[in-house]
Design a protein around this ligand. Sequence first.
Ligand code: OAD
Length: 248
Amino acid sequence: MTDFPADFLRHLKSAERVVVLTGAGVSQESGLRTFRDDPIGLWAQYKPEELATPEAFAANPKLVWDWYAWRREAAQNARPNAGHYALVELEKRVPQFTLVTQNVDGFHRAAGSQNVLELHGNIRRVRCSVCGAFADAWTDDGANVPTCLQCGGLLRPDVIWFGESLPQAELQSAVEAARICHVFFSIGTSVVVQPAASLARAAQKEGAVLVEINAETTPLTQTADFAFRGKSGEILPRLIEALTLPSR
Ligand code: OAD
């Protein structure tokens, strides 16, 4: 017996193409904070929207660099959770599976997911803010923002800041995958930052079954065909279990 509706499982089992969109909620059970959590500690006085911008970096590069160094360290000290691993299992069961993530922590690939589109970059990568060269290593003396070995420009995380364009190849692939998928999952995202909401709605408009997994309601909940309330690290492993049970 499973607590998932039979018609939902039927749709998923017969789906040739599935897209999963994830957000910070998927990494919450790894111990990483989401963007809408109540802020705590050293960085509580700053809002992500105030630090994750080119303007903030231009005005105070050290502040922005240090914030990302703190978040990079948190990601490096954490591990993928049961939700990430369940998505690896889901990928094995679906002929064409695309995982689109807004997360910059790299956990989906670390868990073993193969077809991953990182729309907001990856916090583990660092590049020059001037010439764009990637830096494999850098020295952080704590007083200054590390600089590029090629041109001396300031280094920055290889993430997408508010106001910057998304990586075009990844975005194009995500839009195309959403347009032709049979089931579209929105998991652990508040869908307040585009293109999250538009991807989900485009998929549904083209006929996909829209499924949401979230700890809370979001602007998508009302229109989703199926909405499961709770933690992705608990719901997703149960879903994999339900998929392995013989259909009734
Ligand atoms: P948010 O922090 O906006 O939303 C996290 C969502 O996860 C919320 O809807 C929570 O209810 C839900 N949630 C929390 N814990 C959960 C759990 N254990 N299981 C399931 N759901 C859970 O994060 P995103 O939607 O990813 O952009 O935010 C999108 C973008 O806005 C980010 O990539 C970032 C941010 O500002 C940039 O930095 C450009």
